[in-house]
Design a protein. Sequence first.
Length: 226
Amino acid sequence: MTEFLAAFALFVALHSIPAVPAIRSGIIHRVGRPIYFAGYSTVSILALIWVFASALAMDYMPLWELRPWHAAVTFVLAPLGIFLVIAGLLSANPLSITLSPSLALGSVTKITRHPVLWGFAAWASGHIAANGDLRSLLLFGGFAGFALAAIPMIEKRAKRRLGSAWTDLAAHTSIWPLAAYSKGEQPMIDMPMLLAVLMTAAMTAWLLLAGGHGAMFGADPVAIFA
């Protein structure tokens, strides 16, 4: 437990401290952008591996008896989460996390203006029910909580960075998924969303039907239906 808490604390710190603009810009100024992103990515991946390894090293302590419907929850939430993460990263979205520098709003922002964070939370939450043990609750619950807790910070940073433009952009989106529908905002399928659907379908098929999940994590998600 102690090792897991230390690993998760490092993971949170690596994704919180560099998010402070003054700290991030100071590090980039000293080492340069390419070295910063290469080093940050490497350390983040190593920290994530440590988190999973320390969680798997914990004693298995079941919290509830697994039923087929528990796996069904994961089969719904995990692909939905993967879709939102991929669509969010590929879509233009100055209000939240994205790989696109455009100031326009991609269609997925009509679902929520924080698709990556909500997607990560959905993916993590879906894995809690299907595992039903303490270490999974701590691991995936921690990931989901961290993702949702980051939303207020991202909101504050976007407001400060965009100024008055934030109000105009945010008027077409919502923090809560699908809440923008009440304002008449409806997403249309654009290229990032289409790519996200295709990539999610391919990834899900590989993980569930081609043994990908078992090869990577040593567990077959569909075995509970056997």
